[in-house]
Every structure is written in C-alpha cells, then in structure tokens.
Design a protein around this ligand. Structure first.
Ligand code: FMN
Length: 175
C-alpha cells in the first residue's frame, strides 16, 4: 500500500470526487411523484444509508440541481429500491436526465395512480416518507421514515471507483 506524500486540498473537486469514489456503496433507484403534476420521477442514488433502527430512519442526498427535488421534501412518500447485481443498466438509465425515465421500464402493477412507481425487480424496496429535508452544501440531505419494506435474496449491486460490481464477484475475507 502506497500513500501520497502530502494531504490534498478538497478544492480540487475532480480529485476530491475520485477520493470519495474509493468508498464502496450499494446502488438504489428512488422514485416519487411531482407534487404539482403527479408525474413519476426517479433517480439513481448511491448516498443511501441506514440511520436509525428505532425509530426506523434512513438517509440519502439529492443534488440541489435536480429537477425532482420537490417530489422528496418533508411529508413526501417515496420508494427506495436497493438494486440487484443484474440492474447496472437500469442504474445508468435512471442516472441520465430524460423527459420520461419510466418509458419502457418494467413496473409492478398498481391500482393507485398517486403511489410512487415500484420497479418490478429489486433486492429490497423501502416505502418511505421524508421526515427532514436539510440543505447541506450542493445537496439536500433527506432523512426518511420507513413505513414498510420487502426484500428478496438476490445479490446486491455495488459501486466503487466509477464501476459497477456484484457482491458475488468479490472475495470473502475470512478471519
Ligand atoms: C452510481 C450513481 C450514484 C449516484 N448517486 C447520486 C446521489 O446519491 N444523489 C444525487 O443527487 N445524484 C446521484 N447520482 C446522479 C443522478 O442519478 C443523476 O444526476 C440523475 O440524472 C438525477 O436525476 P434527475 O436529473 O431526474 O434529478 C448518481 C449517479 C450514479 C451513476
């Protein structure tokens, strides 16, 4: 293992982003509805994490530049889909701005048109409501309360160093 000689300044945002990208994460697609038009919105998010068991809280962040911000403010319901290892294409799809990201995307049938769209597949889906929406630099921090969830036993999709990885492609460290 080789360290650089000096500490770097985070004002070099390209290098800072690359350093942050060394931290491996899971990948989610978060869906909701625009409060005015009711249109479905969704984006790929790797900032998702657990926050509290009791009460059940999770957190994630959304760029201040996102056109979908109003769908996720305090009191807004949304679905957080933890992606499985076969969903890297879908992750790229929801990370690319386009007028209707849901065109051609397979969704679970629902009788309630006001509900956030649910992907037909995911590792886990958390049904959430935003509890706190906090401005923090160039992102808003979303703290959300989990109402219910369901999961399956598929391997999760991971993201590290700008690359998608599958949990089963990694080597296990045994003590
Ligand atoms: C692996 C990955 C993780 C991402 N994580 C986040 C995130 O945590 N927060 C965020 O605002 N954007 C994140 N993005 C970028 C958004 O998905 C992208 O900007 C998307 O176009 C936003 O959708 P919108 O323009 O419809 O709001 C991520 C992109 C990728 C590929």
């Amino acid at each position: 293992m080789k360290y650089s000689d000096s500490m770097a300044n985070p004002s070099d945002t390209k290098a800072f982003r690359a350093a942050l990208g060394r931290f491996p994460t899971g990948v989610t697609i978060i869906t909701g509805r625009d409060p005015d038009s009711d249109a479905a919105v969704g984006l790929t998010v790797s900032s998702f994490n657990s926050l509290s068991l009791t009460p059940p809280l999770v957190l994630w962040s959304i760029s201040v530049k996102s056109p979908s911000i109003s769908a996720f403010t305090v009191g807004r319901a949304h679905l957080i889909h933890v992606l499985h290892a076969g969903q890297s294409e879908l992750a790229r799809h929801f990370a690319t701005p386009k007028p209707d990201k849901f065109e051609g995307v397979s969704l679970k049938p629902t009788t309630d048109p006001s509900r956030s769209p649910e992907l037909s597949e995911s590792c886990v889906v958390f049904d959430c409501v935003t509890d706190k929406f906090i401005e923090a630099g160039d992102h808003f921090l979303v703290i959300a309360s989990v109402r219910q969830y369901r999961g399956c036993d598929a391997d999760s999709l991971l993201f590290c160093n700008s690359q998608f990885l599958s949990v089963d492609a990694l080597s296990r460290i045994t003590e």
